[in-house]
Design a protein around this ligand. Structure first.
Ligand SMILES: *[C@@H]1O[C@H](CO)[C@@H](O)[C@H](O)[C@H]1NC(C)=O
Ligand SMILES: *[C@@H]1O[C@H](CO)[C@@H](O)[C@H](O)[C@H]1NC(C)=O
Ligand SMILES: *[C@@H]1O[C@H](CO)[C@@H](O)[C@H](O)[C@H]1NC(C)=O
Ligand SMILES: *[C@@H]1O[C@H](CO)[C@@H](O)[C@H](O)[C@H]1NC(C)=O
Ligand SMILES: *[C@@H]1O[C@H](CO)[C@@H](O)[C@H](O)[C@H]1NC(C)=O
Ligand SMILES: *[C@@H]1O[C@H](CO)[C@@H](O)[C@H](O)[C@H]1NC(C)=O
Ligand SMILES: *[C@@H]1O[C@H](CO)[C@@H](O)[C@H](O)[C@H]1NC(C)=O
Ligand SMILES: *[C@@H]1O[C@H](CO)[C@@H](O)[C@H](O)[C@H]1NC(C)=O
Ligand SMILES: *[C@@H]1O[C@H](CO)[C@@H](O)[C@H](O)[C@H]1NC(C)=O
Ligand SMILES: *[C@@H]1O[C@H](CO)[C@@H](O)[C@H](O)[C@H]1NC(C)=O
Ligand SMILES: *[C@@H]1O[C@H](CO)[C@@H](O)[C@H](O)[C@H]1NC(C)=O
Ligand SMILES: *[C@@H]1O[C@H](CO)[C@@H](O)[C@H](O)[C@H]1NC(C)=O
Length: 768
């Protein structure tokens, strides 16, 4: 009886809702919304939202606004009480006269991910006194949050994140809004200390202050807030603090202090954070051993303690963390080897790189049922890698074991790692031969780094089907290979190839011209015994406009200078036996930043065009060849040149006066030529010149001090004028002014490629 009566009442009330006028949209609300809609242009651009579309498009006159997208009405009164316009492509300003502020009954307002074009947060917002939830994350507001915000006394959730131009006083804000449960201010520029009384907001459940320029000591009372579930203060580099004792039970579920200056030990009482799922303390300054109670946090899914100063043994109780999925303890000083991690059935990422782990790697790690990334590189792991058995598909995608002391062969069972994309076993003592057919099983392999071991390759004459393997990067440098591996023929996705420092003899075979023809970015064949190039094309064809780095130095290459692909930025072919003249075609390689042709037997004139063929060139090294004639006088215009080394040739004539335009020049070496000129006093204005070598030439005359300016040669550290025909005194005023030379405790400048490091690191960056 009772229940059927209830049912009837329910039906009646439903009827009531559907039919009764008063419960659909109120006219003033509907027209306020339409005005609001029309105050914007709708421009959808890419954003972080999963689902971006203009919600206001469903807003049409003479329809019930309670059914419009993003609008919620109070069933009883028909007032608009909720507006959710996240990711709605709104573009334009919200002024204080905006019709938005006529929606006086709004309880939840979410305007996140729109572009309000630096609108001020108008004080009209503070008159929406029914608001419980306000979210304007990523929406381009500016201005100041004033203490009038205390008008929003019902507010329990406030998200102002990523409005970099909005200024707030954290202290005033939290004093005004004592009932807050959720406060999100990520990515704002707060630039203040964290006020103590934030720890008085006993209702707080969610506090997120990521990357908002906080500094000073973080109040420990905040950790004790009884209802706090999420605490995120990462990314505040100048925030310091320590991890306090946890006395009572805690609701914390997510704790992120990463990228701060928190320091000291983790307390034993951390074990009281029983509900913790995510503990992220990476990139801080924590130290000491890991408290045993840490392994009592059995609900952990994420544990990231990387980049700290933790030391001591990793406890076998780690295996108590049965839910763990992401375990990152990299860059600490931890010891022990966690054979027991193989019991963690949900582990997907295990990163223990840069610690002091020792012992052998248990083969069971490679067959872990869920592990996708394994990084144990840069430890002291030893022993051979064991063969492993597996009948099921192994999920491993990335393996990094570089920089250990592993020895012995690479187990054949690695060919079962069918999902593998990256394998880095570099810098170990692995030895033996790699049978290529093993690699060909790894059909997803993209990057293979076996460099710096003692491995050799079996190059089979049987034609293996290697067409499946499509490597993006192969580093086989510093091993024992003696031939170009012929599976490279099929590698048409290759971007990075390093075979340097091996024992490859003979010619670069002509099929190599096709390898990575469209894709190659980096190719290093240096330090081998290569003698020539088989049928080289006029311009080396690799990379089709992508190749930046080509290194052929320290081989025994004979014949004429090959021309690198026109996109090349770094080209070294020094220490070879090249002969003949420099083909003027080299001047078409106009992106060159470093060109090193030194220590060959090239002859003839230096082509005039070499002076200004590349605006980017910073190192030009033609040392130890047999060039004659004069130095090209064009070597100059608007130049980036930092090192010019023409020494040990047979160059004649004068030093071209236009060198004075090379304002970035640091090293000028013209030694061991037959230059006939007076002392180039005019070089005194080169502000960065550190090394000037004129030795063993026919420079003559006096070194005149009269014209010398104060700043002359102020950066000079090495000057060598010996074996010339200078006369008279070496004026003492020179030495008085050469302040850079006086810093004798400073490291002598190495004769390195001063521009070289820069190029290499930049090239490294753009190599995906
Ligand atoms: C907003 O509109 C202006 C011009 O009206 C346009 O330049 C700008 O790119 C738009 N912004 C976004 C995020 O769509
Ligand atoms: C954004 O603001 C600037 C200056 O306040 C104004 O010129 C521009 O038209 C505004 N853009 C939009 C889309 O409202
Ligand atoms: C609202 O205020 C802005 C700026 O003060 C002004 O440009 C605009 O015309 C006003 N709109 C209405 C509808 O009054
Ligand atoms: C604010 O809205 C964005 C977009 O919908 C959402 O990702 C974020 O979690 C919201 N903030 C709060 C505190 O709920
Ligand atoms: C943050 O604000 C401070 C002072 O208010 C200012 O000096 C600093 O430049 C701002 N930083 C950024 C990234 O806007
Ligand atoms: C915060 O709480 C402490 C002690 O509970 C009290 O002494 C202090 O006055 C409170 N601060 C504010 C700003 O309410
Ligand atoms: C790290 O913390 C120690 C004290 O534990 C301190 O001496 C050291 O200066 C801190 N290092 C940095 C970079 O802040
Ligand atoms: C781990 O938790 C158990 C039960 O809650 C407790 O008995 C034990 O002392 C804790 N161990 C540590 C090291 O805190
Ligand atoms: C790990 O679990 C074992 C068995 O369940 C228990 O004896 C041990 O105390 C736990 N370790 C910690 C640190 O809680
Ligand atoms: C492992 O992860 C899956 C999916 O995330 C989850 O459903 C399952 O409960 C987890 N198992 C354990 C032991 O945590
Ligand atoms: C290698 O495999 C590919 C793809 O299955 C096939 O098209 C090709 O003919 C095979 N080549 C040789 C030499 O077996
Ligand atoms: C250097 O050149 C001058 C004229 O330019 C000439 O008189 C002189 O003999 C030359 N010196 C040598 C050593 O060739």
């Amino acid at each position: 009886m009772e229940s059927s009566l209830f049912y009837l009442l329910f039906l009646l009330s439903l009827f009531h809702i559907i039919t009764c006028e008063g419960h659909s949209c109120l006219h003033d609300q509907s027209s306020a919304l339409l005005h609001f809609k029309h105050s914007f242009s709708i421009t959808c651009s890419a954003s972080d939202c999963a689902d971006t579309y203009p919600k206001v498009e469903s807003w049409k006159p003479n329809t019930d606004c309670c059914f419009w997208d993003g609008v919620t009405c109070d069933i009883a009164t028909g007032q608009v009480i909720g507006l959710d316009l996240t990711c709605s492509c709104l573009n334009g300003s919200i002024h204080s006269n905006s019709s938005l502020f006529q929606l006086r009954h709004l309880q939840t307002l979410n305007l996140a991910y729109n572009n309000f074009n630096n609108s001020q947060i108008s004080s009209e917002f503070y008159h929406l006194t029914s608001l419980t939830h306000l979210n304007v994350s990523y929406s381009g507001f500016s201005g100041q949050i004033t203490s009038e915000i205390s008008g929003l006394s019902k507010l329990i959730s406030l998200d102002l994140s990523y409005n970099e131009r909005v200024k707030i006083s954290l202290g005033k804000l939290v004093q005004s809004l004592a009932n807050l449960r959720e406060l999100v201010l990520d990515g704002m520029n707060i630039s203040s200390v964290v006020p103590d009384f934030l720890g008085n907001l006993s209702s707080l459940t969610y506090l997120s202050l990521y990357d908002c320029s906080l500094f000073g000591e973080f109040p420990t009372s905040i950790f004790q807030l009884p209802n706090l579930e999420l605490l995120l203060v990462g990314g505040n580099l100048d925030l310091t603090g320590h991890f306090p004792e946890i006395y009572s039970s805690s609701s914390l579920w997510y704790l992120d202090l990463s990228e701060t200056n928190f320091f000291g030990k983790l307390p034993d009482s951390i074990g009281n954070l029983k509900l913790l799922n995510h503990l992220i303390l990476s990139d801080c300054n924590f130290s000491g051993s890991l408290p045993f109670s840490l392994w009592n946090l059995t609900q952990l899914i994420t544990l990231d303690l990387s980049n700290n100063e933790f030391n001591g043994q990793i406890s076998s109780s780690l295996s108590n963390l049965t839910h763990i999925s992401y375990l990152d303890l990299a860059s600490n000083q931890l010891t022990g080897l966690p054979s027991y991690v193989s019991q963690l059935s949900n582990l997907t990422i295990l990163n223990l790189n840069r610690n002091s782990l020792s012992g052998a790697i248990p083969a069971s790690l490679f067959t872990q049922p869920s592990l996708r990334k394994l990084d144990l590189s840069e430890n002291k792991l030893t022993g051979p890698l064991d063969e492993f058995q597996s009948i099921s598909l192994i999920p491993l995608v990335e393996i990094f074991l570089k920089g250990n002391e592993l020895h012995g062969p690479i187990p054949r069972s690695f060919s079962k790692l069918m999902n593998l994309r990256t394998l880095d076993l570099s810098s170990n003592n692995l030895s033996g031969t790699i049978e290529l057919d093993m690699l060909f099983m790894l059909k997803n392999l993209d990057y293979l780094d076996l460099s710096d071991n003692n491995l050799s390759l079996i190059i089979t004459t049987v034609h293996l089907n290697s067409t499946f393997l499509k490597l993006g990067g192969l580093d086989f440098s510093s091993n024992m290979i003696s031939q170009f591996p012929d599976f490279l023929t099929n590698q048409n996705k290759l971007k990075h190839l390093d075979l340097s420092n091996n024992k490859i003899h003979g010619q670069i075979p002509k099929w190599m011209w096709k390898v990575g023809k469209e894709t190659m970015f980096y190719m290093n064949l240096s330090h081998n015994f290569l003698e020539g190039l088989e049928e080289p094309p006029a311009i080396l064809p690799w990379g089709r406009g992508r190749l930046k780095f080509l290194d052929l130095h320290s081989n025994q290459l004979q014949g004429p200078l090959p021309i690198p692909p026109l996109s090349t930025a770094y080209f070294s072919i020094s220490n070879n036996k090249l002969t003949g003249e420099i083909p003027p075609l080299i001047c078409n390689v106009s992106s060159l930043e470093i060109l090193d042709l030194s220590n060959n037997d090239l002859s003839g004139l230096i082509p005039q065009c070499m002076g200004d063929f590349s605006k980017a060139i910073s190192v030009l090294n033609l040392r130890r060849n047999s060039f004659h004639g004069t130095i090209p006088s064009t070597l100059t215009n608007g130049s980036s040149l930092r090192t010019l080394d023409l020494s040990n040739n047979q160059l004649k004539g004068r030093v071209p006066r236009s060198l004075v335009n090379c304002k970035k020049l640091e090293v000028l070496n013209l030694g061991n030529n037959q230059l006939n000129d007076t002392f180039p006093i005019w070089l005194e204005t080169l502000p960065k010149l550190q090394v000037l070598t004129l030795r063993s030439n026919k420079f003559y005359g006096t070194i005149d001090q009269r014209h010398l300016a104060n700043y002359a040669f102020s950066k000079l550290r090495i000057i060598d004028l010996s074996y010339n025909e200078f006369m008279g005194d070496l004026p003492s005023t020179y030495f008085l002014g050469w302040s850079a030379m006086m810093m004798s405790y400073e490291k002598e400048p190495e004769l390195r490629y001063m521009g070289g490091d820069r190029v290499l690191s930049r090239l490294g960056d753009s190599d995906e």
